[in-house]
Design a protein around this ligand. Structure first.
Ligand code: N01
Length: 550
């Protein structure tokens, strides 16, 4: 078998690097490889670049990190030139930016669209990867980089009868490219995470009747979105060196903002309330940055959660609906905080109804209705805002085989195991960008993507310069890192929630806190130190030239 593969590998197109995915991670990886003079092939299952922003075209989709910061920093010309129109760019604008980057840096000719990667197998004799794609072809590469995205495997819930529904069914993470018009329709939205919370107010304006099926109430903070003024853009452009440095090195989540110097209980009630009020009025994700202990101290967290619950009660006129919308089963921030535009106010509209499916679960979907608690809610269309098989889902769809034929799915059966979220022992020369075990989804994704791409690119050059053939995470370094990621997570309140961070949204998925919560600054420092020590914790093996040189 191995011999046959070696023969097949010899006749296949061959690259230094195969990159899986042409979202923000895959595009920047390709650009770096171009700069380094490496040959690369990117496979992308969509028909265009943009990843998340290619697929998530649902009404109201926009980023929850401010655009002046949710943007590449690797090219000063790019960040000086691009004109973000709003504080939080809407999906079409972010997709236009991705396309601009692809053209500006001549990326398209090395990207093969409409092509998924189905299998990647490491040939231990030749030290190369054979990569088989959905068009039935196989190419080989010395390195494979998984730029598959953390939230890219849209999860269709297992609800009885869903396939028999006669109306249209949409998933927010797999939205059609042509406009969807809900005017005059009765629409169901199932799911009230970030996607549902963004979509509801927009769909409510179109639909004749909107029924929102809520299993878990979520904390949501007003976005306070607005057009960016020229002065605001100018400020960022002038201050980018410091804004980007701070986001990379000092901010835990990769976002430039004031850092709290005290805990919530260090202030009296009035002072605390006025600080929460000021952040609420300012809006956005940094609401959780008002104090430094909201993520670790339950009593402190309660003060913040109570504030938001009071706000919900003030906004929503019907007290029963307000009560249902008040989250009460997890600390604020332990699930990804949502950022909304008039979400809670949407429930004051006469055409919007909230159905509590925690106490009255959905029993089935019939040909024309969602049945919950014995009642049929007749609808013309269903919007599934039910989320993703996060962090591992898109990797798991690929049949990845490393040393001794072991699959990555076998190795990760009890939860993902990586060293630094970058590599997994037994899978040489296979990198993951923003993989489990790295800050990834707990940060401004672009900051984390750029850090990983730069680290991987430096590492590949280091190997090329020394004639090294393979690089692999050591099992003991990996075990220690997995234990560290877990240990840090359990110093916080995060594991208390049934969140997708924990894999809790996918039945049967192991409950492991997947991202690294130590903060992007400390994490970057760890990665840099590992590299400075000759890639400590990794084994690099070389050819005769490398051995002779050493
Ligand atoms: O998905 P989610 P999402 N029956 O998993 C419910 C990023 N994002 O797409 O909580 C009924 O958060 C589920 O209920 P429960 C962001 O990082 C960013 O909204 O499991 N309900 C939950 O209410 C975000 O966190 C942006 O009880 C079911 C909802 O569906 C991440 O993507 C915008 C169900 C899923 O919420 C994911 O967000 C959008 C079932 N069988 C997304 N299964 C921005 O940048 C699931 N649910 C703004």
């Amino acid at each position: 078998m191995a011999a046959l593969q070696s023969v097949a590998a010899k006749s296949a197109a061959s690259y230094d690097v195969v990159v899986v995915g042409a979202g923000f991670a895959g595009m920047y990886m390709l650009h770096k490889l171009h700069v380094q003079g490496m040959t690369a092939r990117v496979f992308e299952q969509g028909s265009g670049v943009g990843g998340t922003w290619y697929w998530n075209r649902y009404p109201g989709a926009r980023c929850d990190v401010e655009s002046m910061q949710y943007s590449y920093s690797f090219s000063d010309e790019l960040q000086q030139d691009w004109n973000w129109s709003e504080r939080y760019a809407p999906q079409p604008e972010i997709l236009a930016y991705a396309n601009h980057v692809a053209d500006r840096f001549n990326l398209r000719s090395d990207i093969q669209f409409d092509t998924g990667v189905e299998r990647a197998e490491f040939d231990e004799r030749a030290n190369i990867w054979s990569v088989t794609t959905s068009d039935g072809k196989t190419v080989t590469a010395k390195f494979v980089v998984l730029a598959t995205g953390c939230l890219s495997n849209a999860r269709k819930p297992d609800i009885k009868g869903l396939d028999a529904f006669k109306g249209k069914v949409y998933h927010t993470g797999h939205w059609p490219h042509e406009p969807v018009d809900f005017c005059g329709q009765r629409v169901a939205v199932i799911g009230t995470g970030s996607s549902g919370i963004q979509a509801v107010p927009v769909i409510a304006e179109q639909a004749r009747q909107l029924t929102v099926f809520q299993r878990t109430a979520n904390f949501s903070i007003p976005a306070r979105n607005a057009a960016l003024t020229e002065e605001e853009r100018k400020w960022f452009r002038q201050n980018y060196p410091e804004v980007r440095r701070f986001a990379r090195e000092e901010a835990r989540a990769g976002i430039y903002t004031e850092m709290p110097d005290r805990g919530a209980l260090d202030d009296g009630d009035n002072e605390r309330r006025s600080k929460y009020e000021a952040r609420w009025q300012r809006g956005g994700l940094t609401f959780m940055s008002v104090y430094n202990n909201l993520g670790i101290d339950q009593t402190a967290n309660d003060t913040d959660a109570d504030f938001v619950r009071e706000k919900i009660a003030e906004i929503v006129k019907d007290p029963e609906t307000a009560k249902l919308l008040q989250p009460n089963n997890h600390p604020i921030g332990s699930k990804r905080i949502c950022i909304d535009t008039e979400y809670f106010a949407a429930f004051n509209r006469p055409n919007v109804t909230l159905v509590d499916i925690k106490s009255n679960p959905i029993e089935e979907i019939t040909s024309n209705a969602v049945r919950a608690g014995g009642k049929d809610y007749e609808v013309d269309a269903i919007v599934l805002a039910t989320g993703f098989d996060a962090m591992t889902g898109s990797v798991a769809k690929i049949d990845i085989r490393g040393r001794n034929g072991q699959t990555l799915n076998q190795k990760w059966a009890e939860g993902p195991k990586t060293y630094l979220g970058l590599m997994s022992a037994g899978f040489p020369n296979l990198f993951v960008i923003t993989g489990p075990g790295s800050p990834s989804v707990l940060s401004n994704m672009i900051v984390s993507i750029e850090q990983h791409v730069d680290w991987i690119a430096d590492c590949v050059v280091y190997m090329r310069d020394r004639g090294l053939e393979t690089m692999e995470a050591n099992k003991d370094a990996e075990d220690k890192w997995v234990a560290h990621v877990n240990e840090v997570a359990y110093t916080t309140l995060y594991p208390q929630a049934n969140s997708w961070y924990m894999g809790a949204n996918v039945p049967g998925k192991p409950r492991i806190f997947m991202p690294y919560i130590g903060g992007v600054g400390p994490y970057r420092q760890i990665c840099n130190e590992v590299a400075a020590k000759g890639y400590e914790g990794f084994t690099m093996a070389g050819t005769e030239r490398a051995r002779a040189a050493s």
